[in-house]
Design a protein around this ligand. Structure first.
Ligand SMILES: Cc1cc2nc3c(=O)[nH]c(=O)nc-3n(C[C@H](O)[C@H](O)[C@H](O)COP(=O)(O)OP(=O)(O)OC[C@H]3O[C@@H](n4cnc5c(N)ncnc54)[C@H](O)[C@@H]3O)c2cc1C
Length: 433
């Protein structure tokens, strides 16, 4: 990197060596990286950049966050402030869930859910409708009560839940502006215990799908598409009533030692199991802050379908087990509740998500993805925005009835197209203009 320009000395560098995403499977094409430390600097940089995007914690697996200029908001000062009356917390968009959780824990407060890892930035996760699990839990974007963003004119826009177009602003794909502050719903802190069950048969999963996914506050089924599923992780909120300890879950045995979702990996980076109660922030994610989440050397894809298709969609992937199994480290099936956010895969429907943690073999994964997408097409599968998928804008446009509204919002907030990028044009907006 080399410094460049008098006023930009502390905030702007030319990228002599390209930047990568977290997984290392995507190389950003940007040749300039800005690191503003004040809101004024963000406004100036955004207003003057021909094309720009904000980098979150870079945990997406595709070009969603790329541009010719990138902005990291890590140095932007911003307090975490709790409003107990409104039951909300406000923080900088770049704050990571794990950092936010520390403050909330100290205040005796909690978020309603977390993704599998606490390392991701709040604004980046919200922009892609990142989710955890739980029949009654919406994705993480549904907790957003307010936003502050800098639009391409350099103006600061604030919006709150209930405002016109708010439901289009939240899952923004990073296309509407730089989110500098974000306000989330909070609730009183609670404890969670987590138990893992092993060897659930496919028949039991299909026969008791609703009972299994509702057996806890947040439930994940892990599988490598073998003769049985591998593990079911059940996270339950601790109540005053004594725990009904189950020795089995529809034939799956309770694990007697700690597990990692990927069989064979040391569970040291996984959150505590075996029913030990612990704070929400130390149980709702699968992986602990301070450790590498998941396997690290991986690519991810995920497809979201209406819950009514759960069994048929899982069966459709299972038919491909012969091709999928050698390429996956693990797959995860979760449930996420419906919402009204325009570009949320949960828009208007309770859903299940079928996630793939692939081995890092892009060519082989590229060969099997067409089959996976073809198999899930009859269920109108919506791909996770932050992961690897093949569908182009013509397919995506049929899956999102509010896409024309989103396209108009992009036009209105970013008429000069500063936040547009190749990924957005080809995957999302292409067919909606
Ligand atoms: C190991 C691992 C585990 C994961 N687990 C889950 C999971 O459990 N559930 C799930 O749903 N997903 C999961 N993901 C996917 C991940 O949550 C999403 O890709 C998420 O978007 C990552 O957030 P980020 O901060 O890294 O954003 P980035 O990847 O950096 O950016 C994503 C998008 O957000 C935009 N953006 C970021 N910050 C801002 C801002 N301040 N203002 C405006 N736009 C912004 C970017 O421009 C880009 O368009 C996982 C990914 C990894 C690597």
């Amino acid at each position: 990197m080399s410094s460049d320009g008098p006023t930009a000395e502390t905030t702007s560098v030319r990228l002599d060596v390209p930047e990568h995403n977290w997984a290392g499977n995507y190389t950003y094409r940007a040749d300039r990286l800005h690191r503003p430390s004040t809101l004024e600097q963000v406004r100036e940089i955004v207003a003057n950049a021909p094309r720009v995007r904000v980098l979150g914690s870079r945990h997406s697996f595709n070009g969603i966050g790329d541009s010719s200029e990138l902005l990291t908001l890590d140095s932007l000062a911003g307090d975490v402030s709790v409003d107990r009356d409104a039951r909300t917390v406000s923080c900088a968009g770049s704050v990571r869930y794990g950092e936010l959780a520390e403050v909330l824990d100290a205040e005796g407060l909690a978020l309603g859910n977390l993704a599998s890892l606490p390392h991701i930035s709040v604004a980046g996760a919200v922009a892609t409708a990142t989710h955890g699990s739980g029949d009654a839990n919406g994705n993480l974007a549904t907790a957003v009560a307010g936003l502050q963003l800098v639009t391409s004119s350099g103006d600061v826009l604030t919006a709150r839940r209930g405002d016109a177009d708010f439901d289009g602003l939240v899952v923004s794909l990073g296309a509407l502006g730089a989110v500098t502050r974000i306000t989330l719903d909070v609730e009183p802190a609670y404890q969670v215990r987590q138990r893992v069950f092993e060897g659930l048969t496919w028949d039991a999963l299909f026969e008791h799908f609703d009972e299994i996914t509702s057996s806890g506050y947040s439930v994940s089924v892990f599988t490598r598409w073998g003769d049985t599923t591998d593990q079911v992780w059940v996270k339950s909120r601790v109540t005053d009533a004594p725990e009904q300890v189950r020795a089995d879950l529809f034939g799956a045995r309770a694990a007697t030692t700690e597990r990692h979702p990927i069989i064979g990996i040391d569970p040291v980076n996984a959150t505590k199991q075996l029913g030990a109660p612990g704070p929400w922030s130390d149980r709702l994610s699968h992986f602990r802050m301070g450790f590498t989440p998941s396997a690290g050397d991986e690519i991810q894809s995920e497809y979201i379908v209406a819950r009514r298709h759960a069994v048929a969609a899982i069966e459709a992937v299972r038919v491909l087990a012969g091709a999928v199994r050698p390429l996956v480290q693990v797959c995860e099936i979760r449930t996420i509740a419906a919402d009204r956010l325009w570009l949320s895969p949960q828009y208007g429907q309770d859903t299940i998500a079928i996630h793939f943690t692939w081995k890092r073999d892009e060519t082989a994964v590229g060969r099997v993805l067409p089959d996976v997408e073809r198999a899930l097409a009859p269920f109108d599968a919506r791909p996770h925005w932050g992961k690897v998928f093949l569908a182009q804008a013509d397919v995506i446009s049929r899956l999102y009835e509010r896409l024309p509204d989103f396209s108009r919002l992009v036009e209105r907030l970013d008429p000069r197209g500063a936040f547009r990028n190749e990924w957005l044009e080809s995957r999302v907006l292409g067919a909606a203009q």
